[in-house]
Design a protein around this ligand. Structure first.
Ligand SMILES: C[S@@+](CC[C@H](N)C(=O)[O-])C[C@H]1O[C@@H](n2cnc3c(N)ncnc32)[C@H](O)[C@@H]1O
Length: 252
């Protein structure tokens, strides 16, 4: 007799991926990303003591920043991602605080010398109005004269890496299939995850809107921030639509 698998449950983005996020993202070099962020601090004459990583996920970058001597905190809109972050920092005994916050509502947070929002997280803003609202909110958490660094994914990146791409993988106690596709300016990442321990399966569909750089610039130009620079990838050249990702540096 075949054992009938439990039905697949549709769940909210990152709520089950959280458990396996660090495995799925194990190719991401957060040490390198932290070094790049520090190089931008230097280049822009910023010497922050405190740093808030928005949409921090499971806290890998905040952990690396703490190791480098910053007073690092994280905030994320997904409770399960933050809980993974909390587990990691309590095992390491690092004093990193996590806040459960949507980018659209960052009230009641302390202010920071530097605020980050990395790894395409701003692309979760599905309209330019939401992006403007997020920058309005970010304006409340960065100290006057403080620095904000965020990155955005380009269409070129989506077309190269997320255009009908399928990936199958497995780790300790789970397996997953990821299907990425790009349609009408939206990058979709559909995850079907199976957890062996309780024989459950979950499906998450993540959507990110990919904006032309000119749209992002026009939102920033109407914000309270000054755009100090935009850089292609992890370098210092001017970006264009063929850049893989673009890092923006803003002054509060
Ligand atoms: C691609 S992950 C990046 C996480 C982390 N920055 C990293 O580098 O691993 C995107 C993160 O954005 C968070 N996120 C998506 N939409 C959000 C929103 N509206 N407010 C706050 N966080 C959000 C997700 O929960 C997820 O942790």
């Amino acid at each position: 007799m075949f054992k009938k698998r439990n039905a697949i449950e549709n769940v909210s983005p990152y709520s089950r991926l959280a458990e396996i996020y660090d495995h799925v993202m194990r190719h991401v070099d957060y040490v390198h990303w932290a070094s790049y962020v520090e190089s931008l601090f230097d280049r822009h004459d910023a010497s922050p003591d405190t740093v808030l990583d928005l949409a921090c996920g499971t806290g890998s970058l905040a952990i690396e920043l703490h190791r480098r001597g910053y007073g690092a905190s994280g905030a994320d809109g997904c409770l399960e991602m933050m809980e993974e972050g909390c587990r990691k920092v309590s095992a390491l005994d690092y004093p990193i605080t996590f806040y459960h916050r949507n980018l659209l509502d960052l009230h009641d947070l302390p202010t920071y010398d530097a605020v980050l929002c990395l790894y395409d997280s701003i692309n979760y803003m599905m309209t330019l109005e939401d992006m403007a609202q997020a920058f309005e909110m970010i304006g409340n958490v960065v100290k006057p004269g403080g620095i904000v660094i965020f990155d955005a994914c380009t269409e070129s990146n989506s077309l190269q890496h997320f255009n009908d791409m399928k990936e199958k993988d497995a780790g300790d106690g789970f397996s997953y299939v990821r299907h990425s596709y790009f349609k009408d300016g939206i990058q979709y990442n559909k995850f079907d995850i199976h957890f062996e321990a309780d024989d459950t399966s979950a499906q998450e569909v993540h959507q990110q809107r990919i904006y032309p750089l000119s749209d992002i610039r026009s939102v920033l130009e109407s914000s309270r921030f000054e755009i100090e620079a935009a850089y292609s990838g992890f370098g210092y050249a001017s970006p264009n639509e063929l850049s893989d990702r673009v890092h923006f540096v803003l002054r509060g």
